[in-house]
Design a protein around this ligand. Sequence first.
Ligand code: 1PX
Length: 211
Amino acid sequence: MAGSFNLQNVVDTYKSCLSENKEIYIKYYIAGWRELVSFMNSLGSLFSFISKDAVSKIQIMETFLMGENGAHYLTVQSMVKFELNNKLVDFTQSGSHPESGCRTLLRLHRALRWLQLFLESLRTSTEDSKTSIMCSEAYNESLAQYHSWFIQTAARLAFRTLPGRDAFFEVMNAGSQQQVVAMLGEATPLISEVHQITEDLYAKNKLLELP
Ligand code: 1PX
């Protein structure tokens, strides 16, 4: 329910995400997504195909984290090293590891770019801005290029049903609009940093196009 979501929790998980030497803890990275999914669940059934996919990816990561090689999945950096060294990543469609941690996290990483753009545009929006437009602009600039026509169409249909800006600010459950804006100002640089570190790591290891 909307009542259990709180923007502060999201800020807190992204704060916990980075280690002292700027490695990304997978545990907190996926905890951030869990929070956001709980928010999305309050938006209605048109969003459930999105949250189902997000949850299934979160679960894949949790299974690695809790499995016998869990220690290697402490950070995104250690995961990349472990999976590459042990040839656990498919670089073509027909491999034997279709659900590697690296490819699964890449999907969430691309979605994080959407989140970064969307929250930044919410933060700088004015009273007459439309959440549906901000959401689809962020989507067009990030995730859309990776989605089939069918998924794009379903996603755009769902965006049209988003609550207006006032109601949206309210469900973020972080106080007055000014307080929400301040909190978004705290969240977006954290999200950008996590995104950039992942992007650089994936680029360096040629993982940005994993099937
Ligand atoms: C405080 C406001 C925050 C709002 C929180 C919203 C959380 C959104 C969580 C979205 C996570 C989406 C993960 C999508 C991963 C993905 O791209 N998957 C595709 C590829 O995976 P595959 O395994 O096949 O290679 C998959 O095909 C996707 C299917 C579902 C559709 C994804 C549409 C994503 C739209 C994201 C925008 C969410 C809008 C929320 C409105 C507030």
